[in-house]
Design a protein around this ligand. Sequence first.
Ligand SMILES: [Zn+2]
Ligand SMILES: [Zn+2]
Ligand SMILES: [Zn+2]
Length: 176
Amino acid sequence: MGQLDEATFTALMARPCPACGNARLELRSMLDQWIPVMVADVAGDPRWIHDGEKFVDGTYRITCASCRHDMFASDDCPRCHAPGALPAALAAPTRVKVPKACPTCRAKELVVIAMVPSMTMATAGAGGKHTPRELAELGDDGCHVVSVTCDDCGEIASCGTACPVCGAAGPLRARP
Ligand SMILES: [Zn+2]
Ligand SMILES: [Zn+2]
Ligand SMILES: [Zn+2]
């Protein structure tokens, strides 16, 4: 199933593009984001909440920024590994609807956790910190809500045991 593990990732990131020798690489990854909402609209800056292991686990494409050679590419769902499920998931709206208010206490400020496709520029062999840029915002196709939480009441909506990204039936595999 072509997913990326830590050793393969490290090896790929250690050397420049084998096709043209360029060291600038584009990484595409499905990553966890914390999004504050008010009446179901984004109400503040989203924050990335993945760690380094989840970054590697969620990466589905590594492309040379110069010649577009794919050093790694997988169409499998990055979250549940369903074969070939990624293209449809990137083109699909989220299955979890964000309510305008908490059904219990009517609070309008809620927190959404979502899995969001992102692009990160990196330099082969340079290591260092990577800053992802989201390719979809809440409400866009490809931005998939995992859960919605009220400060006072806890979780009020979620994808349940299904895969948040592609919708495949659970149970979900554990992530690193
Ligand atoms: Zn290249
Ligand atoms: Zn509430
Ligand atoms: Zn999936």
